[in-house]
Design a protein around this ligand. Structure first.
Ligand code: C5P
Length: 321
């Protein structure tokens, strides 16, 4: 990895080891409005064309300067401990802080406090949002002053889904899903996310995708009808364009999710699909009142762990407080 240095002319940043004692950053989860996957390349990754939308399920990372005796370590604490989220060096937020420290030659260490609101291992890139928020928070706390473009470069090293929560809003992803182009989207979209008690592993879903049928070498392009629907703010037209190539693999691994999709649609959702690599089901409602009805129907059933309402699109990682 090439070491990065502060870029002159960027927005003013506190000097290295400056006076800030803590920095709080929020970053959003995502839903894939469209996902087409081609056959895996030599690196094992599937070439994608995908459309991400950032949703108002918000992860919050507070990066705090360390006491002198701990200097140089990176620690992570969850506001609500969850056995399915590791807090050691394997956590993507810890890896993000370590990568930024390595890239900039900083050795200050940091205590990270993480408040999670995106379903864990749910196909909504919650861990990626944590990593994106950590990059922004530590870049400010440490006064390393990397530009947004440089942070996006580090984000792509951490995982295919990490660049998007830095940018937020609505964007097309190419390559591994990490090469982003913004899309114009008008209006507000009302989503209901049906969560599962047990997450799914993204590599396992891609493996099943390969087993079900050989994919074409290249993914297909984003349909013009989808970009038009977004530009017009036309929820019904967008609903008709929702598509996820990974859906068959996810439903094969979790057949009961078919009932969740049917229930959401019978309660008034325009469409319900698997979010990303699942197992969260994303249901698009025509308005907030129907979203409440869909969430109530899902919560009243014994098919899901919970139902979360969230509007979209929202901004990418940003400092708060
Ligand atoms: O990049 P990330 O760590 O999020 O990817 C997790 C795994 O998901 C990869 O190791 C790969 O097995 C699979 N993947 C893929 N094609 C993509 C993105 C992820 O096969 N475009």
């Amino acid at each position: 990895m090439t070491p990065l240095h502060a870029v002159p002319g960027d927005a003013p940043q506190p000097s290295r080891s400056g006076s800030l004692t803590q920095v709080r950053v929020e970053a959003p989860g995502k839903v894939n409005l469209f996902l087409s996957a081609g056959a895996p390349g030599a690196d094992g990754y599937h070439p994608l064309t995908t459309v991400f939308q950032a949703v108002r399920l918000i992860e919050t990372v507070t990066a705090r300067r360390q006491a002198a005796d701990l200097h140089g370590t990176i620690t992570l604490t969850l506001t609500e401990p969850d056995p399915s989220v590791p807090t050691d060096a394997t956590n993507l937020a810890v890896r993000a802080a370590a990568l930024l420290a390595e890239a900039t030659g900083v050795n200050d260490g940091v205590d990270l406090l993480l408040r999670k609101r995106v379903p864990v291992a749910g196909g909504m890139a919650g861990g990626s949002a944590d990593a994106a928020a950590t990059l922004v928070a530590c870049n400010t706390l440490w006064g390393t002053g990397l530009s947004q473009a440089e942070l996006v470069g580090l984000a792509a090293e951490l995982g295919a889904d990490v660049p998007f929560p830095l940018r937020g809003a609505t964007a097309v992803g190419h390559g591994r899903g990490d090469r982003l182009t913004p899309l114009i989207a008008r209006g507000t979209y009302h989503w209901v996310f049906a969560t599962a008690a047990q997450g799914l592993s993204t590599p396992a879903v891609f493996r099943r995708f390969d087993e079900i049928a050989p994919a074409p070498a290249a993914p297909v392009d984003v349909p013009a009808a989808l970009t038009t629907a977004l530009r017009d703010g036309d929820t019904a037209a967008l609903a008709a364009c929702l598509h996820n190539d990974l859906q068959a693999a996810v439903l094969d691994l979790r057949p009961q999710l078919t009932e969740v999709i049917e229930l959401a649609e019978s309660a008034g959702a325009l469409r319900a699909i698997v979010s990303g690599a699942g197992p969260t089901i994303a249901a698009l409602a025509p308005d907030p009142a129907v979203a409440v009805r869909v969430a109530n129907a899902l919560n009243a059933s014994d098919l899901v762990a919970g139902a979360l309402r969230a509007d979209a699109p929202v901004a990418g990682a940003r400092m708060v407080g």
